[in-house]
Design a protein around this ligand. Structure first.
Ligand code: MLT
Length: 267
């Protein structure tokens, strides 16, 4: 089912009486990033995906976004759909949102799945890269930026061996709106550091990272897992930064195992 909440395009799949999972996608992608997970998990869980403000089919507005606004958006969906202690799944930028959401109100969530993400805010080099990306979009358009950025998110073998999936994701990203993409870049550039809060995370947490992820490498994710009390760290083989798309079978197997252990499904 598709619905609009707080100007955001929200998609629900599965039985509302089952335990809820809310998925937050990465940049510059959209809700379809989670299709392979929803396909499987909807059997026993109530799956909620959505397009972040400025991306996919959600509201674009003036592009003046902050990480805090992305968290308010997430909370607005949870409240409107009356999701009771959902599992929160976030990848990369979705992970930045998840870390801040947990820091603000951990009691809202039942468990956490962190994929290919980091807690540190951008350093000077990172900020310059974001600024150059905004400049590239202003001068050459979104397509040029996407052609530059997206290949680095995937393991080169995925691009070769699963070119159909890769080309379709790339084509989707090229359709993103320039104002929305620039807004997301500024929100990431200006986000805070959530490293210190990791020790306060008490809910069961699964930390997943692609073996060949060069943006948020396994050692970065393992260090995160070590700081979270009830966490499990799993490396996803044959995958770069886009684990749910690059190795969905392995990704799903691990998320199902984690949910089975920590969240009881009613069906
Ligand atoms: C993402 O996948 O969300 C991006 O790589 C995040 C970022 O650019 O920091």
């Amino acid at each position: 089912m598709e619905t609009t909440i707080n100007n955001l395009q929200v998609y629900t799949n599965g039985d509302k009486n089952n335990p809820p999972i809310i998925f937050v996608h990465g940049f510059p992608y959209d809700n379809t990033m989670w299709d392979k997970q929803v396909e499987i998990l909807k059997e026993n869980y109530y799956c909620v995906t959505y397009d972040l403000r400025g991306l996919g089919n959600s509201y674009i507005g003036d592009g003046q976004y902050t990480m805090e606004a992305f968290v308010w958006d997430l909370f607005s969906i949870i409240d409107e759909l009356e999701l009771l202690k959902p599992t929160l799944v976030g990848l990369s930028m979705g992970g930045y949102i998840a870390f801040r959401a947990i820091e603000k109100d951990q009691a809202k969530f039942g468990s956490l799945v962190l994929c290919d993400t980091r807690t540190e805010s951008d350093n000077n080099e990172g900020k310059l890269k974001r600024s150059n990306a905004i400049n590239q979009i202003n001068v050459d358009g979104v397509e040029a930026f996407v052609n530059n950025f997206v290949p680095g998110c995937f393991h080169p073998k995925t691009i070769n061996q699963n070119s159909e999936m890769y080309e379709s994701v790339l084509a989707n990203c090229k359709k993103q709106n320039a104002v929305g993409v620039k807004g997301a870049l500024i929100a990431m550039l200006s986000r805070g550091d959530t490293t210190k809060s990791l020790k306060n995370i008490k809910i069961p947490t699964l930390v997943l990272c692609g073996r060949k992820d060069t943006l948020t490498p396994p050692e970065v994710m393992e260090a995160i897992a070590k700081k979270i009390k009830k966490s499990k760290f799993v490396v996803i083989p044959k995958a770069g930064h886009m684990t749910p798309l690059e190795n969905p079978e392995f990704f799903n197997k691990n998320i199902l195992k984690f949910l089975g252990k920590n969240i009881s499904s009613k069906s």
